[in-house]
Design a protein around this ligand. Structure first.
Ligand code: ZN
Length: 217
């Protein structure tokens, strides 16, 4: 049952950098924005996340001489994909996409600002230890169910959804309100991992129906 007071929509990284024309553009990712805007109207609690890197960030291949984009390297916290420089703090690339229209959003979580740690998840950075504080924020507001949308399905959305489940939230990914990068089969792998960790896959229409049935009681 959808309980508006106990539910939050988490909108992951709908930024210029991850949409067509951006430095790490995900194909067709701008197409999910109207769905996200309309879903947000049905939530009392909306959180936006924003990838927010310093120029010398460890995830940028340009900061590793001799490496190319999309190669992986081993870091103390595990394997790291090297991305093209993206979403640098204060740049147009890091701004929210101009069509994202959720003025009611109450919190913006910026992540990836530590130079030596990447952060796909909105809850924990890639070392799986450094907290963003989001879990505490949601718990103090009585949130139990989190619905996750945005970019990219197989990286920041998946890691956020899995951490939400591990942290004790009921974690849902609204499949048709996300877009994936799909690097070497990463999209299918991410879905397998999410479902194995207890994340539930739903569609925008199902979520609207849940919302409407909650309103009529
Ligand atoms: Zn990033």
């Amino acid at each position: 049952m959808f309980q508006p007071q106990q539910s939050a929509l988490i909108v992951v990284d709908v930024q210029n950098g991850f949409t067509p024309g951006g430095n790490l553009a995900v194909a067709n990712s701008d197409q999910i924005i109207p769905t996200i805007n309309s879903l947000a109207q049905h939530f009392d609690n909306v959180v936006l996340t924003q990838d927010w890197h310093p120029q010398d960030h460890i995830s940028f291949f340009e900061n590793h001489p001799g490496k190319s984009a999309y190669e992986t390297i081993e870091l103390a916290y595990g394997r790291q994909v090297l991305w093209p420089s993206h979403c640098v703090q204060g740049t147009h690339d890091a701004d929210f996409h101009p069509e994202l229209n959720i003025p009611k959003a109450q919190l913006i979580i910026r992540k990836g600002f530590h130079p030596h740690i990447d952060s796909y998840s909105a809850f924990l950075e890639a070392d799986h230890r450094t907290s963003t504080g989001l879990a505490g924020y949601l718990r103090e507001r009585g949130i139990r169910d989190v619905f996750i949308v945005g970019i990219a399905t197989d990286f920041c959305v998946a890691w956020t959804a899995i951490d939400a489940a591990k942290l004790g939230f009921n974690s849902y990914v609204v499949s048709d309100a996300t877009k994936g990068i799909d690097l070497n089969g990463s999209l299918q792998h991410a879905w397998q991992e999410m479902l194995a960790q207890g994340v539930k896959r739903i569609y925008a229409k199902e979520l609207m129906n849940l919302r409407h049935s909650a309103q009529t009681i």
